[in-house]
Design a protein around this ligand. Structure first.
Ligand SMILES: [Zn+2]
Length: 71
């Protein structure tokens, strides 16, 4: 079972802002899961896809090793 990281985008929750800014969050899902149900999601409001992706990869690094993913 391999976990994969994906990025979701959501409108920034700030009513005063007229700028439709987006925030990004990382989610992890099982590669083999046909529904791709999220196993984990970060709780931050990342400013960019890169930041969110880095957050997801950092989380993934901290998970107990999957032997097929080991270096
Ligand atoms: Zn995050």
């Amino acid at each position: 079972m391999a976990l994969k990281i994906r990025i979701t985008a959501a409108p920034r929750p700030r009513e005063q802002s007229l700028v439709p800014a987006l925030v990004y969050r990382a989610e992890a899902y099982e590669e083999a899961d046909e529904f791709r149900e999220p196993k984990w999601g970060c709780s931050h409001d990342h400013e960019s896809v890169e930041h969110a992706f880095h957050c997801g990869m950092t989380w993934l690094d901290q998970q107990p090793g999957d032997p097929t993913e080991a270096p």
